[in-house]
Write a protein that binds this ligand. Structure first.
Ligand code: UD1
Ligand code: MG
Length: 460
């Protein structure tokens, strides 16, 4: 949903994510919590990647291997004691030794919606001769945020934290988002000059503004809307962030020619790709890595992740497409059908109550209700391969590895353990027996028994 901005100037990013996020009440680092099926730190990395930054370094706390692998191959550095945002950036300095010209962006890992265009504007303004550019916003409720203090010429002179602000300064409504762009040449000098003489006893990154001014360097502000710099500190914030993101994504989908019957109940992932004239019913969920071509219909209560859906395919209601599901043109997956790691050829159908795993279903094949591919023996997965125009009768079990060649048929209720050759019909069920008149005899016998029981009761 984001357009990538072309890089004009050298830029590096330092992303702060060392905070434990106590208010999340979680065993996982805060920045690993997901919005739109992507970790918050993943969103920030994505924005940084979209501006083609020369490098990105993530500052993590001790024991945050999860974050390290999430951001890999980007480098991480551990901040051992969380002594403030200034201290956190300082921890990254050893990894910035090779980056002395251009702009260093400072970003927060718990502020996931920063847009590449905004970062690009900050870099441009920084390149216009400002040592520091700060991203500000007009807060609905400024309590808790640092305030951006500007002079008569509109130049930024200081950032004052709420705890340290005078009543006059507290009236300022332009708040610090935390995102900054700093001249790489001055980064080290400014950071080393930060002290912790303030109300929190922390090293405030925000002090770089005053320190730059003291050295005769210019600082500037750029502003954005609050939604873009929303920070997440609690599960309620996380839910709000998800809501804001989904609302925006639903609008974009509709703008691009997708029908959402009830937009508020459709959930997209950060990387969902949807074609035109796709119709999505109520209560549909997209996990990561889903691509849907034009003219597809996805009916209510379907769940898709890691799936590729071809033109004019039909899905649901109540369908589940798991990773590796590939539906080719006009394929049909109906209610209570689960498809995993399976290619369904053009026009292939599985209309009801079926599991297709680790399979290839040839074009035009029809899978009857209740068909199960038995792809797992408790140790290994095996493949089921169906040629074109195969017909599988209802309630069949296809025990993999097994191949059913084109134009073959499998009779209903079969347990197929051997390959079936082209154009053959396979029966793999116990043969049916018939006993003439036995139903009538059975009924008469039952009736007599009942009558005898009644007579015995009367005597008693
Ligand atoms: C910070 C800003 C404030 C701004 C606000 C916006 C400072 C001094 N203040 O305040 O002006 O309005 O963000 O949300 O910068 N972190 C570390 N190591 C640390 C401390 C923090 O990595 O030692 C990371 C946190 O994980 C978080 C980010 O830095 O991602 C911000 O830290 P936080 O403590 O939330 O700063 P605020 O007090 O909110
Ligand atoms: Mg904060």
């Amino acid at each position: 949903m984001m357009t990538s901005a072309a890089k004009q100037f050298p830029a590096a990013a330092i992303i702060l994510g060392a905070g434990k996020g106590t208010r999340m009440k979680s065993k996982h680092p805060k920045v690993m919590h997901k919005v739109a099926s992507l970790s918050m730190i993943g969103h920030v990395i994505k924005a940084v990647t979209q501006i083609n930054a020369d490098k990105a370094v993530v500052v993590v706390g001790p024991n945050m291997e999860m974050v390290e692998s999430e951001v890999s191959p980007h480098q991480t550095v551990i901040q051992h004691n969380q002594a403030g945002t200034g201290d956190a950036v300082k921890a990254a300095l050893p990894l910035m030794k090779d980056f002395k010209q251009g702009t260093v962006l400072i970003l927060f890992g718990d502020t996931p919606f920063i847009q590449p265009e905004t970062l690009q504007s900050m870099i441009s303004l920084r390149e216009e001769g400002n040592a520091v550019v700060v991203l500000g916003f007009e807060a609905d409720n400024p309590t808790g945020y640092g305030r951006l203090i500007s002079n008569a010429e509109g130049k930024l002179t200081a950032i004052v934290e709420q705890k340290d602000a005078s009543p006059e300064e507290l009236k300022v409504n332009v708040c610090n988002s935390g995102v900054m762009a700093i001249d790489a040449e001055h980064l080290e000098e400014l950071l080393l000059a930060i002290d912790n003489n303030n109300a929190s006893g922390e090293y405030y990154l925000t002090d770089v503004v005053k320190l730059a001014r003291d050295r005769g360097l210019d600082c500037a502000v750029i502003t954005t809307d609050e939604d873009q710099v929303m920070g997440v500190n609690s599960r309620a914030n996380l839910a709000h962030a998800e809501k804001v993101w989904q609302e925006k994504r639903r609008r974009l989908a509709m703008d691009e020619g997708v029908t959402l019957i009830d937009p508020n109940t459709v959930f997209f992932a950060h990387d969902t790709v949807i074609g035109r004239d796709v119709v999505i019913g109520p209560n549909v969920f997209f996990g990561p890595k889903v691509i849907v071509a034009d003219d597809v219909e996805i009916k209510a209560f379907s769940h898709l992740e890691g799936a590729t859906v071809g033109m004019a395919a039909q899905i649901g209601p109540y369908a589940r497409l798991r990773p590796g599901a590939e539906l080719q043109e006009a394929a049909f997956v109906g209610n209570f059908v689960e498809v995993k790691n399976t290619v369904m050829g053009k026009g292939a159908k599985a209309s009801h109550l079926t599991y297709l795993g680790d399979s290839e279903i040839g074009a035009g094949s029809n899978i009857g209700a209740g068909t199960i591919t038995c792809n797992y023996d408790g140790f290994n997965k095996a493949k089921t391969i169906l040629g074109e125009n195969v017909f599988i009768g209802s309630n069949s079990a296809l025990v993999a590895p097994v191949t059913i060649e084109k134009d073959a048929m499998v009779s209903a209720g079969s347990v197929i353990t051997k390959d079936v050759s082209a154009e053959s019909m396979a029966f793999a069920r116990s043969p049916q027996k018939e006993k003439e008149g036995m139903a009538t005899k059975f009924r008469e016998l039952a009736k007599k028994k009942k009558e005898a029981a009644k007579a015995a009761q009367k005597k008693d």
